[in-house]
Design a protein around this ligand. Structure first.
Ligand code: VGL
Ligand code: ZN
Length: 206
């Protein structure tokens, strides 16, 4: 995909989502070599980085009486509560050291407002506060996004759905993603992506 109207979006390949991390995604490290390889064939690569302040509203530790993976209702809708993860400036929030994409052009950070989560790289969980990514893609003339990373059922899925809804042709490369899969979240995410027309392929087809 060396054409200038396509981009690879690498979602949240950060220490805390890899084995040993605070919110480890099973087998999350397995995608790193594949992501590096795929990135070589893209002129445009964008990385995302989950980037929470300490005490973030998505952390179970901020809600006394709750534990990680509980679901609660917040002012913008349902929220899964997570272990503390990807705290700004910590090692856990750093991009995985094995990620080797020196030509990546943009790192978009998200989830930095204390009172809202942001799975999507486009909009925070209130579905209204933009990160700026949609304007960036429009100004760069990017019309097609290939999406890889962690986790399939949260940040990958929400990012893919928002890209599609904004008129971008959107393809999730499934074998370059891994899921958290809590309370049926993977099946729900796949159905939601299908519904808005996100395509799913494996890397061999790229
Ligand atoms: C993510 C849960 C909490 C993700 C981020 O990157 O999918 N999941 N924060
Ligand atoms: Zn997060």
């Amino acid at each position: 995909m060396t054409d200038s109207t396509s981009a690879l979006i690498v979602v949240d390949v950060q220490n805390d989502f890899l084995p040993g991390g605070a919110l480890a995604v099973t087998d999350g490290d397995a995608i790193v070599p594949l992501v590096n390889e795929l990135a070589k064939s893209f002129k445009n690569v964008i990385l995302t980085q989950d980037w929470h302040p300490a005490g973030h509203i998505s952390f179970a530790s901020a809600h006394p009486g709750h534990k990680p993976f509980d679901m609660i209702d917040l002012h913008y809708g349902p929220q899964v509560l997570w272990p503390d993860h990807c705290i700004q400036g910590t090692r856990g929030a750093e991009l995985a050291p094995g990620l080797d994409i020196p030509h990546a052009q943009l790192i978009i950070r998200k989830g930095y407002h204390a009172h809202a989560d942001s799975y999507s790289a486009f909009y925070e969980a209130d579905r209204q506060t933009p990160t700026g990514l949609s304007g960036y893609l429009a100004e760069r003339g990017i019309k097609r996004a290939f999406i890889v990373g962690l986790a399939t059922d949260f940040c990958v899925s929400w990012t893919a759905q928002d890209a599609r809804v904004h008129g971008i042709e959107t393809i999730v490369i499934e074998d370059a993603c891994r899921a958290i899969d809590t309370a049926g979240s993977l099946a729900a995410a796949l159905a939601a992506m299908d519904k808005v027309g996100v395509m799913r392929l494996t890397s061999g087809a790229i």
